[in-house]
Ligand binder design. Structure first.
Ligand SMILES: NC(=O)C1=CN([C@@H]2O[C@H](COP(=O)(O)OP(=O)(O)OC[C@H]3O[C@@H](n4cnc5c(N)ncnc54)[C@H](O)[C@@H]3O)[C@@H](O)[C@H]2O)[C@@H](O)CC1
Ligand SMILES: Nc1ncnc2c1ncn2[C@@H]1O[C@H](COP(=O)(O)OP(=O)(O)O)[C@@H](O)[C@H]1O
Ligand SMILES: [K+]
Length: 519
């Protein structure tokens, strides 16, 4: 799995390599500039075929230094380059200053009118390079109105390429740094962002993907995995998982018996969706468990999924005396009964997914839940449910990010997992999954894995079922959550436009087949 870095970790990696003598800062900067140029030419062959015009905006730090390198290289290819510097040349850090000195064109101090004048005639074959701020951004970017205007998406504009990070975006959180009351609009909407060594967390979170446009990571001569002590385990991008096997010849009970609890009559659809998901992902048996009154409704709709009866908390406790029932899912369509049923389920010590109503039931008294949770539990909230269970953490995440590094969705979920003592999966296009031991991964439905069709009712219920089905097969909680989340997006992408939640379990077999076939 590829790591997603914070700015601090990236700096530590660079410093360690420089200290070890394997590379110099100047070499890294040259290499960064070369990589940006190569990425541009590879993406737009017209720009490789003939020189065009470029407008390069350099900032006061090393991101600006990269800009000077790209400007020089473009000029060397015959391009007409106008370079603007925001900041004082005498205060550039040493490597950036050296590249400033190597630039033999004009350096125009940034000013809106002059920038707008240069940007006006640029066409789609031309380029604006954003080398204003990178991982060193610490406060909101003020001004730069002409640059902002030129770097918003619209017909016929030049290509906009961001060096490392679109300026104004916090590279740890993917949030736009801004003052209270000011708009949180990304200042730059790039067509391409070229980053170095490894992706930064912000490329995958919050506003990051929209601002980046597309992301390309270039190696710049740093060792593949830094030989430095990590404060905690690195955050990874949740990539294609290893295949998991059903194992030939095993009895169906060897793959577990998952139970999905359902609520009163008329609200059983969500539980059935979860149950179908659990069955398709490979649980040996799956039962919907409901009160007597809801049996006819489920019986009319279920075949491979079985039905078990349990009335209220006592009924559930009696049912769970059967030790073969090894994974539970509570929440989808569970309704008011959730508050009484969740403690019984958690006390039974089974692998347990809590979603939707099972989380909302503890709004106002989340402390009552924390005493019961265990390491085989997985909470799968969306943002609203997360706020009900972790109001303090959600409040920090909702606060205006007016300085960097801003509190991120990764920070929030890690803290929540540690506090709750179980795996947390916080949903969204940028789903973050964390375990109490510090493991954390981002399941990113962005770029070449965009899956906007998941934004439809009931897909979260199916996800809860996927996790439950993997738990039933004996998978550890964090692994079950990350593999389920990956397959969820994979199934959605495979089905594509027109997807409704019922399609997800049916799209799964092809995904599992591919997983088993791939090396
Ligand atoms: N350090 C290295 O060895 C390498 C760094 N590289 C580049 O260096 C960048 C990081 O450089 P820096 O750490 O110098 O940081 P940046 O260049 O991102 O920006 C830091 C500068 O901007 C100022 N600043 C921050 N927020 C501001 C705001 N809102 N308004 C005005 N000024 C603001 C800071 O005071 C500082 O002077 C990376 O993103 C990458 O592009 C690459 O050259 C690869 C190698
Ligand atoms: N734009 C999007 N791109 C990718 N995935 C998304 C998007 N919007 C929502 N999702 C995913 O869809 C699911 C929605 O779940 P949830 O909010 O619980 O809805 P429901 O309760 O209707 O099932 C989550 O897995 C979430 O990560
Ligand atoms: K930038």
């Amino acid at each position: 799995m590829a790591d997603l870095l914070t700015a601090a970790r990236m700096r530590a990696i660079e410093n360690a390599a420089i200290k070890a003598g394997s590379v110099t800062g100047a070499q890294l900067m040259e290499s960064a500039g070369e990589c940006v140029l190569a990425a541009i030419l590879a993406r737009w062959p017209g720009m490789a075929a003939a020189p065009h015009r470029a407008l390069v905006l350099c900032g006061p730090g090393n991101n600006g230094g990269d800009g000077f390198v790209v400007a020089r290289l473009l000029r060397g290819r015959g391009w007409t380059v106008a370079l603007f510097l925001a900041g004082d040349a005498d205060r550039l850090p040493p490597d950036a200053r050296a590249n400033h000195d190597r630039w033999d064109g004009a350096v125009t101090p940034y000013e809106d009118t002059a920038f707008a004048r240069e940007a006006g005639p640029l066409g789609p074959q031309d380029l604006i390079l954003d080398a204003l701020f990178g991982t060193g951004l610490t406060r909101p970017v003020d001004g730069f109105e002409a640059f902002r205007a030129a770097a918003q998406r619209g017909g016929g504009r030049p290509k906009v390429v961001a060096v490392d990070v679109p300026s104004g975006l916090c590279s740890d959180s993917g949030r736009v740094l801004h003052r209270e009351g000011a708009p949180a609009e990304p200042p730059v909407r790039a067509d391409l962002t070229v980053s170095f060594h490894a992706e930064k967390q912000g490329h995958r979170l919050a506003d990051g993907p929209d601002a980046c446009g597309a992301i390309q990571v270039a190696p710049i001569g740093l060792p593949p995995r830094a030989d430095i002590a990590a404060e905690d385990s690195p955050v990874t991008l949740n990539e294609r998982p290893e295949a998991f096997d059903k194992g030939e010849g095993a009895h169906k009970y060897a793959h577990g018996h998952a139970i999905v609890l359902s609520g009163p009559p008329g609200t059983g659809g969500a539980a059935r969706l979860a149950a179908r998901g659990a069955l398709r992902i490979g649980a040996g048996l799956v039962s919907v468990c409901c009160e007597d009154a809801a049996v006819p409704e489920h019986a009319a709709r279920l075949d491979a999924v079985m039905i078990k009866r349990a009335n209220g908390a006592d009924g559930l406790a009696r049912l769970l005396e059967d030790s073969r029932l090894n994974a539970l899912c509570l929440g989808p369509g569970l309704g008011q009964g959730a508050r009484d049923l969740v403690p019984v389920a958690l006390k039974a010590g089974r692998a347990t997914v809590l979603d939707a109503d099972a989380l909302t039931a503890f709004a106002g008294d989340p402390g009552a839940l924390f005493g019961l949770l265990h390491e085989n539990a997985v909470l799968t909230p969306h943002a609203g449910e997360f706020g009900r269970v972790f109001p303090d953490i959600a409040e920090r995440l909702a606060a205006t990010p007016d300085h960097g590094p801003a509190f991120s969705k990764i920070d929030a979920v890690r803290e929540a997992a540690k506090h709750a003592g179980c795996t947390i999966l916080l949903k969204g296009p940028d789903t973050v999954i964390a375990a109490p031991d510090g493991r954390c991964t981002v399941n990113s439905a962005h770029y070449d894995r965009a899956a906007p069709w998941l934004a439809t009712a009931g897909t979260g219920d199916v996800l809860a079922g996927f996790v439950t089905g993997l738990l039933a097969q004996g998978m550890e909680a964090f692994d079950a959550a990350r593999i389920a989340a990956w397959l969820h997006v994979e199934a959605a992408r495979r089905f594509g436009p027109g997807l409704i939640s019922e399609d997800l379990p049916e799209a799964l077999p092809a995904c599992l087949r591919d997983l088993a076939a791939a090396p």
